[in-house]
Design a protein around this ligand. Sequence first.
Ligand code: NAD
Length: 283
Amino acid sequence: MDIDGKSLADEWLQLTKQKARNLKCKPGIAFVLVGNDPASQTYVRSKRKKCEEVGFNSQKIELEQRVSQTELFRVIDQLNTDPKIHGILVQMPLPSQLDQNAVIRRVRPEKDVDGFHPINMGRIVLGDLSGPIPCTPHGIIKILEKYDVKTEGAEVVIVGRSNIVGKPLANLLMQKTNPGNATVTLAHSYSHDLPAICRRADILIAAIGKPRLITANMVKEGAVVIDVGINRLDSGDLIGDVDYDNVHTKASLITPVPGGVGPMTIAMLLHNTLECAQKASNC
Ligand code: NAD
């Protein structure tokens, strides 16, 4: 059966909209966009559209491709102290002259709606889930919860160890919480015999960025398959990391691409922004 990430995201957006109405302030988010990468432009556009739908203020700050780190820091510092801004999102990837980790550290942890700041990441590792949780892993947790997928004692295999998906998700699923308490394997490009590792999975999560890398022979009968990948083919079509056509009959549940994890990522971004606004002294 397909997991309907779009409907679940709509439920979350409605909830966020309702909760925002009870605040003294209007939640505000600033998107900082460096250069004119078309994919980044598209992502920011769709995130801002959702902000509008839930009644948040959103601001887009565009900086030149060759902007210096000092100038970018000046912009972030201004947003850090702006009471109308509760969330700051610096769209990645950044041009090579900028130190991505330093930029992540510059955003105040209480406005870090991406959940990438070391303080917020560290909290997750230590089992404190009260801060902003990275949006894609958080969306996946909410999907598992909604579809009553039992994670306790389950064999979870995550393929891909990025800071934005694989690592935080592995930490979330190994927490002493529900969802959580899973036996987590984090596989990557150096893993030996990936098909055998994947076949162990009750829950298989692909966050690789390689079209259809996960084929049917890598999936256990009845497994839950979460496809994080977004790959654009020359034809313009978007496809995931999983060979959906051959895997969906074998999986008990599977996220389609598009319409699976993607919409939940944006829904969790707005949820994080709402929570940052709720904690702000002026709201
Ligand atoms: P990344 O590029 O930072 O990392 C990819 C990971 O895949 C690495 O850890 C690498 O070791 C692993 N990998 C690469 N080739 C492999 C192979 N042959 N076998 C095993 N492991 C391999 O990835 P990312 O930023 O986490 O993104 C992964 C994919 O997810 C991309 O397609 C991206 O567009 C997509 N994504 C989607 C969302 C969403 O909201 N749906 C959010 C974030 C990323």
